[in-house]
Design a protein around this ligand. Structure first.
Ligand code: URP
Ligand code: ZN
Ligand code: ZN
Length: 462
């Protein structure tokens, strides 16, 4: 069945236009005023924005971490994403130390198969380049895994040493993939953490106090320097602080292909959340940690001025009652991560567009077009144009919504944004032309999501 979206305002990263959008066989056929219905199913988008579906390039569904597994799997996580207007995600497969990347890829494909209701790609977390690691990276690129995450934090768990990081970067300089860096100086943080624990400082707030912004900035600086030596671009994930942003900005000003994302939690929450009474602060334990609120306006400026290119979520939910509780007497045992996959567009729209901090077009760029370009999905994804997948969000700028764990669709027993009243929400969400969410109703199906074989960036930074 063909579809025609009529009377809406089409919003892309570069333009805002009154136009109709026709859809055939899951793809956008035409974008112009006055397209005749010709028997198509008509959706009236009067008063709505017609935008490319959101793309969240940083999620952790069904991920073993911190002695437990993230609470959303590919079924619940992708459904929640869709309710929030996100139609594609890129999740992370994890290479176990001493194992081949192919094994991890197969494992994550199985996790997604029959469950994902929106399209999904995968990054590969590299823990070990011994043996055939570099060949494995090339093989992953051929499989559409065009990006690799390495950790400068979590020694003895996920952390890679500088030599490994450099080798991975040098390989991407050859194969065109992109290294995503978790940039925090893990060795130094571990010393600070051990001292705090020895002094009996075990409450959740010490998670943040033992991971200073300078430890993030130092790692960002090092990551960029290593990328420069290797002649490769680098993408800093979940950037949280003014200090780290300054490093990215300085590199970009010098013409270095350094990119970075931040996440809604760093834009609207602060370290004060971790000081909540009792154990409540555990709900906000993730890395890098929340910062003093003075960092927030700097991050917003970074988004506006393109020092930051993407807003992702780092969605990594753990239930408060059964999972966060693992660190009741010791913050180092609190599983690191927070839920956000459903709220990314709502929060960025309300606190960004409504507050006048970013334009509507920049909102689309940060949440959809730029991630599509940087991660090898453009123009199939991230665009409203003939030939692109009909991943479309009909956005109601007037809709009022109160975020709450009582009504959200993520499989987690709390919200980091409980009680936040926002204006602007997804009304109807189409994935490859199929309405999967309409007016708060779920119309999608588990398993309909397709694996996204992503291209290398093709010099997108040049
Ligand atoms: O605390 C976090 N961010 N958990 C997810 C893993 C990661 O480092 O992205
Ligand atoms: Zn990370
Ligand atoms: Zn993450």
């Amino acid at each position: 069945m063909n579809t025609l979206i009529r009377n809406g305002t089409v919003v892309t990263a570069s333009a805002t236009t009154k136009a109709d959008v026709s859809i055939e066989d899951g793809r956008i056929k035409e974008v112009r005023a006055g397209i005749p219905a010709d028997g198509a199913k008509v959706i009236d988008a009067a008063g709505l924005y017609v935008m490319p579906g959101g793309i969240d390039v940083h999620t952790h569904l069904d991920m073993p971490f911190g002695g437990t597994t993230s609470a959303d799997d590919f079924e619940t996580g992708t459904r929640a994403a869709a309710f929030g207007g996100t139609t594609s995600i890129v999740d992370f497969a994890i290479q176990g130390r001493g194992t081949r990347m192919r094994e991890a890829l197969d494992t994550w494909w199985k996790k997604a198969e029959g469950k994902a209701s929106i399209d999904y790609g995968l990054h590969m977390i590299v823990t070990d380049l011994g043996g055939a690691g570099l060949e494995d990276m090339d093989e992953m690129v051929r499989e559409g895994v065009a990006s690799f995450k390495l950790f400068m934090a979590y020694p003895n768990v996920l952390m890679a040493d500088d030599g490994t990081i450099f080798e991975a970067l040098a390989q991407t300089a050859k194969n065109g993939a992109l290294v995503c860096m978790h940039a925090e100086n893990g060795s130094v943080i571990d010393v600070i953490v051990a001292r705090a624990v020895a002094e009996g400082k075990t409450a959740p707030i010490y998670h943040a106090l033992t991971r200073p912004p300078r430890a993030e900035a130092e790692a960002v600086h090092r990551a960029i320097a290593l990328a420069e030596i290797a002649g490769a671009p680098v993408y800093i994930v979940h950037l949280s602080s003014e200090d780290a942003l300054k490093e990215v900005r300085e590199a970009r000003d010098r013409g270095v292909p350094a990119f970075a994302e931040t996440c809604p939690q760093y834009l609207v929450l602060s370290i004060d959340e971790l000081a909540r009474p009792g154990f409540e602060g555990a709900k906000y334990v993730f890395t890098p940690p929340l910062r003093p609120k003075e960092h927030q306006p700097k991050l917003w400026e970074g988004l506006k001025d393109d020092h930051l290119q993407v807003v992702s979520t780092d969605h990594c939910p753990f239930c408060f009652k059964d999972q966060k509780i693992l660190g009741k007497d010791d913050f180092t045992k609190i599983p690191n991560g927070g839920p956000c996959i459903e709220n990314r567009l709502q929060l960025l729209y309300h606190y960004g567009v409504n507050a006048g901090k970013i334009s509507l077009n920049r909102f689309v760029e940060l949440t959809s077009t730029a991630p599509a370009r940087i991660f090898g999905m453009y123009p199939r994804k991230g665009e409203i144009a003939a030939g692109s997948d009909a991943d479309v969000v009909l956005w109601d700028p007037e809709a009022r919504y109160t975020i709450s764990a009582a009504t959200h669709h993520m499989r987690v027993d709390y919200s980091m944004f409980e009680g936040f009243e926002i204006k602007g929400n997804a009304r109807t969400v189409l994935s490859r032309g199929e309405a999967i969410v309409d007016n708060g109703k779920w119309l999608g199906k588990a398993g309909r999501g397709e694996y996204l074989k992503r291209a290398t960036h093709g010099g997108a930074w040049k």
